[in-house]
Design a protein. Structure first.
Lengths: 102, 191
């Protein structure tokens, strides 16, 4: 699986910097789960930590703020990849420390 | 699906493909496929998932599908639990092994390196971090450093997919469609 690192890097670059309808700042903040105003702050944290608890009402309240479905889609994708990336980086860093290769 | 664009917002090529899938498979297009073909220039994670699940590794395809099912169980993502339970069971040709693993990892009939790896992936998925002792336990059980990296790639792919399946509210398919999907994933993979 030698290609995983480069595939991961290009996936992250694509969703954060590629063509999209949500601003790069919002996408980065969703990826980092940091620096967002309500109701996005609570929503993105839910995607990161309690995704199965997201409801139709959560999506509805985002639409009421004027966000389009495509913008919500991009924000969710960035939030999911951001959280999984933090998990991956933690585990790879710990693996490096445990094997003396960090 | 919670976003109408994921049901109806695809380009003409994807829509034609969905018709062909419905005609030739005899099953509805599953929500995971609808997501994969929505604005592929933006998300398009199939290449990474395929490499994690089907790329070269000392873990077998059956073992990696079991990791996908186990991570999804930790996330309580029903769509991915049933899809990858079926795919792992088909790859192992042993449904009992997969259901025993999801019921109780500690007593399931697994090699110790796989059991320890699944335990570590479970902790990472639930708590978002692991300790050096957690990693040393996996190494002591017989998994190599590369096998741990390979398992972490599987966990990454499904910690993304599970969140998307939950937030977008993927429908859980009927058993016949789930089994057809499992057969497809073993024959063709994720690209």
């Amino acid at each position: 699986m030698s290609e995983i690192d480069s595939l991961h890097r290009s996936l992250v670059a694509r969703v954060l910097e590629g063509e999209g309808q949500a601003s790069p700042e919002i996408r980065r903040a969703a990826f980092d789960n940091e620096g967002l105003a309500e109701p996005l702050r609570t929503f993105v944290d839910k995607v990161a930590h309690r995704a199965r608890m997201v409801t139709d009402a959560d999506i509805g309240s985002l639409k009421k703020t004027g966000l389009s479905e495509d913008q919500i889609y991009e924000i969710v994708v960035c939030a999911a990849i951001g959280q999984a990336t933090r998990q991956l980086r933690n585990a790879l860093g710990t693996l490096g420390a445990a094997t003396g290769r960090d | 699906m919670r976003l109408a664009i994921l049901d109806h917002g695809h380009g003409i090529r994807a829509k034609v493909m969905f018709v062909l899938i419905r005609v030739f498979s005899g099953h509805p297009v599953v929500d995971a496929v609808k997501l994969a073909f929505y604005r592929p220039s933006f998300y398009r994670a199939g290449g990474l998932t395929h490499e994690a699940m089907r790329g070269p590794s000392d873990w077998s395809v059956a073992e990696r599908e079991l990791m996908a099912a186990y991570v999804s169980k930790m996330n309580e993502t029903e769509f991915c639990i049933v899809a990858h339970t079926a795919t792992s069971a088909l790859a192992y040709n042993d449904a009992a092994k997969v259901s025993a693993t999801l019921a109780d990892l500690e007593t399931a009939p697994l090699g110790e390196e796989l059991r320890a790896t699944l335990r570590m992936l479970g902790k990472l998925t639930r708590e978002n971090h692991v300790s050096a002792d957690d990693i040393r336990t996996v190494l002591a059980a017989g998994a190599s450093e590369q096998q741990i990296k390979d398992a972490l790639a599987v966990a990454f792919a499904f910690n993304v997919t599970d969140r998307l399946a939950d937030v977008f509210d993927f429908a859980v398919d009927d058993p016949a469609a789930i089994n057809a999907g499992a057969k497809y994933l073993l024959e063709r993979g994720y690209r």
